[in-house]
Design a protein around this ligand. Structure first.
Ligand code: ADP
Length: 182
């Protein structure tokens, strides 16, 4: 577990299963159809039950870089924020901006629902193939830069599925914090 204070908020890095988090919102690494899928998406729908998919069907899909909110169904979290990251196609197709947008839009959705705590998975670094070193830098920098816009959000937790992914995020966080101190 690693923590960093950003203004009045805290960023945490933990290894775990996002479906088990007790934050008010959890973010899903969804696809544009919002009809469920593998990876985190499948795990969230399995753990949260059919209500989440029923709500998703009414949302009319979601563009890449955008995010939409449903209830948490049977999850501890009150809300699931379904964010669509980019499929990585070499890095020259606007992927970085789209990934940053997915995190930014998730925070906007959280704030719009008066959420004070939110957990993110590592969006796009599974089936969507985004290299995690680069994706983790974008994830952390975007959240750190955007947090001052959302004074109601007091906790942002990144939930990494594997020990290696957690280590990559920890290394990136250390790098970002070190570069800010200079
Ligand atoms: P994407 O299609 O956006 O790449 P994936 O779900 O395939 O999304 O993978 C995103 C990340 O989520 C990967 O690092 C994967 O290991 C991780 N992951 C898979 N299941 C879970 C879970 N239950 N909790 C947290 N992270 C998970």
């Amino acid at each position: 577990m690693r923590e960093a204070r950003i203004g009045t908020a805290v960023i945490q890095l933990v290894q775990g299963d996002i479906t088990q988090q007790d934050t008010e919102a959890i973010v899903n690494a969804a696809n544009r159809s919002l009809r469920g899928g593998g990876g985190v998406d499948g795990a969230i729908h399995r753990a949260g039950g059919p209500q989440i998919l029923e709500e998703c069907k009414k949302l009319g899909g979601c563009e890449t870089g955008d995010a939409k909110t449903t209830s948490g169904g049977r999850l501890k979290a009150k809300y699931v924020i379904h964010a669509v990251g980019p499929i990585y196609r070499g890095g020259k197709h606007g992927e970085a901006e789209l990934l940053a947008s997915a995190y930014r839009r998730s925070l906007e959705e959280a704030a719009a629902h008066n959420v004070t705590s939110i957990a993110f998975p590592s969006i796009s670094t599974g089936a969507y193939g985004y290299p995690i070193e680069e994706a983790s830098r974008i994830a952390l920098e975007t959240v750190m830069n955007q947090l001052p816009r959302f004074p109601g959000i007091k906790l942002v937790r990144f939930v990494l599925f594997t020990k290696n992914d957690l280590q990559v995020y920890e290394t990136q966080l250390d790098k970002i914090l070190a570069s800010q101190q200079r």
